[in-house]
Ligand binder design. Structure first.
Ligand code: AMP
Ligand code: DBH
Length: 560
């Protein structure tokens, strides 16, 4: 274990094994208030099983798993992993679609004291190998194929690149890797499992950040802090044993897992229905078939579902009790339409995997629900809206949102340098969001200062894509900017300064080449530029940086 103290201007930050610890006075405060209860995610789930044993926890295709059955399969996998040699403290990257195995893998690794690392199905070998390297993961758990992509292929690349990787566990056909064991046969009975004693103040797992720099950052979440956000969210959203939640967004996403998400649902004893894909065809059927009453979407999906209703599908929104929309700014017009035209009970959710989550409350005035992103979970979420010099702006004015609180991290994992920029010296997280606070205390997201594109809720750190484009031998430099999109809200446009002597191929061919280049590099599918513009020179700001404001204007004019 390595401990490092960084003396900052007004705080002494303790970093233990790459994790920035909460300062002792905050630990004491969050414990005293009852936010942090010393419960691990493992004990939390065991409690759920005790309370709701025979209730159906998960519906996944034809499979209906009760809390007790789920628990039994988790136990089987715990024994299996222990037999493979896994012990507390080791890390496992989990990249699974919306299937029951995700939860079995998540809870089993945690039960064993391992630390799961979340990955989205859209991630490719650049991200996955980075997660493996950064966490020194020995285990990678994936599906054989999903939406036409073969993850065993990805696993092979990671195996070549990542010296720590020892096992690949595949749900489905394993080829040369290890097959997900049949956990229904209780073949592991009789194996004695040593479940370690875990301190709830320790990191439980790594969540994902969209980030705004070159490499994706990992977010270390502790048992204590995460469970507080989960319990409080379940409370705010009034989940109960009758809640039937459809999981449309990727299960590993922070919104899906905790706001209130699957963990909030398990806490309340409800039933989770897993959608294999987010299409109206798949989801509307599941909603009908299983009397779903709670759904969480990103604005882009809500818009797609509206379109499908306009084209003749049933008004699915009137059949559910609550539609949560978050992950990207919901246009007021769409919010209004959902409520007025489709009798939707809407809740806006503005959150981040780093911590802070805001909800409009069910009893808020309609106008607040339509045009604001709500209020924080906790009375102890500290919010500051500041100008470029970190001075608080007058009430109601737009500024940078800074936050600190009982479930917001104090630093990304092993990212000292980046942390100095992303956190203030007194521990506030610089969200990169531009917000204002209404008279009623609601947050309105007005824009963004971080160099990130929000593509229908999927975050793209522009620098990461630019770094890849710049590696192409024919590229002098590149700049990725957001362009407006009717459905997704934003898409990405890469401006590329190309070497003059290489311009004999047609632009269309060059664009294809570049897209392939990004893809071969192993970046997630959603990071491949939607549009590519070749330019002879870049516009610059007075400070000599590429002027993205001008580029954004240019792409709007070109696409108008
Ligand atoms: P991440 O840090 O990758 O978890 O992404 C969180 C970011 O998503 C926030 O900082 C916002 O920029 C954006 N976001 C999430 N929910 C909303 C929302 N309801 N409205 C606007 N932006 C949102
Ligand atoms: O976008 C997000 O990351 C997000 C949105 C809503 C989130 O992490 C959350 C709720 O918890």
């Amino acid at each position: 274990m390595s401990t490092q103290s960084i003396q900052d201007s007004d705080a002494c930050m303790k970093i233990i094994d790459g994790v920035v610890a909460y300062p002792p006075e905050f630990v004491e405060k969050y414990k005293k208030t009852g936010y942090w209860r010393g419960q691990t995610i493992q004990d939390f789930f065991t409690d759920c099983v005790k309370k709701y044993g025979n209730t159906i926890a998960i519906i996944c295709g034809e499979r209906h798993l009760s809390y007790a059955q789920l628990n039994q399969q988790i136990d089987q996998l715990v024994a299996y992993l222990q037999q493979l040699g896994y012990r507390a403290g080791e890390r496992a990257v989990i990249q699974l679609p919306n299937i029951a195995e995700f939860f079995i893998a998540y809870f089993a690794t945690i039960r064993l004291g391992m630390l799961p690392v979340m990955s989205l199905p859209a991630h490719r070998h650049a991200e996955v190998s980075h997660f493996i390297d950064q966490t020194q993961a020995k285990l990678y758990i994936c599906a054989d194929k999903y939406l036409g992509f073969d993850y065993r292929h990805l696993a092979r690349t990671c195996q070549q690149r990542c010296p720590t990787l020892q096992h690949v566990l595949v749900v489905g056909a394993p080829e040369e890797f290890i097959a997900w064991p049949d956990l229904t046969q209780n073949t592991m009975d009789g194996i004695s499992v040593t479940v370690p004693k875990i301190d709830a103040g320790q990191v439980a797992f790594f969540q994902l950040s969209g980030g705004s720099t070159g490499t994706p950052k990992l977010i270390p979440r502790t048992h204590d802090d995460y469970l507080y956000s989960v319990r409080a969210s379940a409370d705010i959203c009034q989940l109960n044993t009758l809640t039937r939640m459809l999981m449309v967004l990727p299960v590993a996403h922070n919104f899906s897992l905790s706001s209130p998400g699957s963990l909030g649902l398990f806490f309340a004893g409800g039933t989770l229905v897993l959608a294999s894909d987010p299409s109206p065809t798949t989801c509307f059927k599941l909603i009908d078939q299983h009397q779903v009453n709670h759904v969480a979407l990103v604005p882009a999906l809500a818009a797609t579902w509206v379109e499908s209703i306009q084209q003749g599908a049933d008004n699915i929104f009137s059949k559910i009790d609550i539609l949560q929309v978050g992950g990207a700014r919901l246009a007021d017009a769409l919010a209004r339409q959902l409520i007025n035209q489709y009798q939707c009970r809407l809740q806006q959710v503005f959150g981040m995997a780093e911590g802070l989550v805001n909800y409009t409350r069910y009893d808020d005035p309609l106008e607040s629900i339509i045009s604001t992103q709500g209020q924080p979970i906790s009375a102890d979420d500290e919010i500051k809206v500041v100008d470029d010099a970190d001075v608080e702006v007058p009430a109601g004015e737009i500024g940078h949102l800074l936050t600190r609180g009982p479930y917001t991290i104090r630093g990304y994992y092993k990212a000292d340098e980046h942390n100095r920029k992303s956190f203030t010296s007194d521990g506030f997280y610089r969200t990169g969001d531009l917000v204002r606070i209404t008279n009623e205390g609601n947050i309105v997201v007005e824009g963004r200062s971080k160099d990130q594109i929000n593509r229908g809720g999927e975050k793209i750190a522009t620098e990461e894509v630019e770094q890849v484009l710049n590696q192409h031998t024919q590229v002098i430099q590149s700049a990725l900017v957001a362009m407006p999109d009717q459905i997704l809200g934003e898409k990405s446009c890469a401006f590329v300064q190309w070497r003059a002597e290489s311009s004999d191929a047609s632009p269309v061919r060059l664009q294809m080449q570049l897209r392939q280049f990004v893809q071969q590099h192993g970046l997630a599918t959603f990071k491949i530029p939607d549009r590519i513009e070749f330019v002879e020179k870049m516009p610059y700001t007075a400070l000599g940086k590429i002027d993205k404001k001008i580029l954004r204007k240019q792409v709007i004019e070109k696409t108008a």
